[in-house]
Design a protein around this ligand. Sequence first.
Ligand SMILES: Cc1cc2nc3c(=O)[nH]c(=O)nc-3n(C[C@H](O)[C@H](O)[C@H](O)COP(=O)(O)O)c2cc1C
Length: 362
Amino acid sequence: MSTIDIYSPLHTAQLHLRNRIAMAPLTRSRATADYIPTPIMAEYYCQRTESGLIVSEASPISPMGIGYVRIPGMYSQAQVEAWKPITAAIHASGGKIFAQLWHVGRNSHPDFLNGELPVSASDIPIKGFKDTPSGKKEYVAPRPLKNSEIQALINDYVNAAQNAIAAGFDGVEIHGANGYIIDQFICDGTNHRTDNYGGSVQNRARLAIEVTEAVSQTIGSQYTAIRFSPSGTNGQMYNSTPVDVFDLILTEISKFDLAYVCLNEPQINRADLPAHYPKYVAPAFRDKYKGTLMTNGGYNLETAQAVVSNGHADVVAFGKLFISNPDLVSRFRNQAPLNEWDNKTFYDGGPKGYTDYPILTL
Ligand SMILES: Cc1cc2nc3c(=O)[nH]c(=O)nc-3n(C[C@H](O)[C@H](O)[C@H](O)COP(=O)(O)O)c2cc1C
């Protein structure tokens, strides 16, 4: 048992944080309809700079990676220019921010993609309906990426990472979690490929490892992180070998000396998980990943302190609590009451439920 507390700084060769409390990536849909960041985003993030690290809302790496309305992209010069004042304001208020890089894969719809089919590992659709700019539409079967197209996908991550650095971000977190394209390759429920990106655990792990390697070699390993959800079920994901494939991925990416890896805890009741999914992800994989480990999902002050004290993780990210408590770190320190979050304003647009949560006055 260590005595590290979550308010203590983290100093490694690759990462320096003023405390071990991170703001998790949170899509808030306050960008423009054509995916350009807006000034109100600076105000929102600056309210939350007490955290050791902010991870930005997920930002598409290419037009084909888009699957939600009013999300801020990372693929065009106009987006880079619009991000610059936001990252500058965050730095001026003492904060640190990594950009989360996103490609949703099958979790899109032709209405977001100029009529093109979404791409994925295989042609397995999500069942149900997608919110598109023109209302709810049935998901379509995605087009499996050709083997010859995968390098271009990796290049899109690299370009977006370079854009993020040009826009003033302190680093990038590759979104490998929650049922989006990297996860669609990792999980055999969505990956039925017969080439070197499908089938065996090694092949399903390949895209995650290659993207991480390419990004870290281009922008520097200390500016590169990745997020996974080994027990994730979002987006109707299924993995017959979560332990084997993530043991392999984490062992391999330990060699890249990244800023950190974030592992999400399950987003559903642990009792409802398939029996072969780890119920507690951080302890299940701690010995496989050699670098700084961030954990996220369902934590409160007490459980966050416990997971850091017992050495199962180094940093804890909070999502919904940071939406409703801009000054979460102060509130924790002062054991002050926490504001409740309002789900109805998560993606609503405008300041309500975005920049108007009350800040503690002591
Ligand atoms: C409104 C909302 C938006 C989210 N957007 C993202 C996102 O852009 N990228 C991501 O990796 N996770 C996203 N998540 C998941 C959160 O980062 C986090 O994993 C989840 O909320 C569980 O953590 P918590 O219990 O501390 O809220 C989102 C969650 C919510 C509630």
